[in-house]
Design a protein around this ligand. Sequence first.
Ligand SMILES: [Zn+2]
Length: 108
Amino acid sequence: MRSRYTAFAKGLWPYLAETQVAPLEPGPTLAWVGLTVHEAKGDEVEFTARYVEGGREVSLTERSRFEQHDGRWRYVTGRSRVTAKKLGRNEPCPCASGKKLKACHGAD
Ligand SMILES: [Zn+2]
């Protein structure tokens, strides 16, 4: 699951397609700034992944289900909810770079 987060952050769509059951439509590569795994039990993982877009920090919290095929875990489905909060351009960037948002992921 962490490797899929990294692949989303880098836009590695072929890897993402290989590690899920359903066909994958490549989308935009978002500015992901953090992943927190809340619980990993059996074939389910609950996590929050955050990205910055349009001066907002968007948090996607999902409970995902995985299946094992030939010794590899693949994403099956998930139930997610999304929340967003507005960020100030002079606030510290949520990616923890130590820079202000306007000089980091908010530079657009
Ligand atoms: Zn940043």
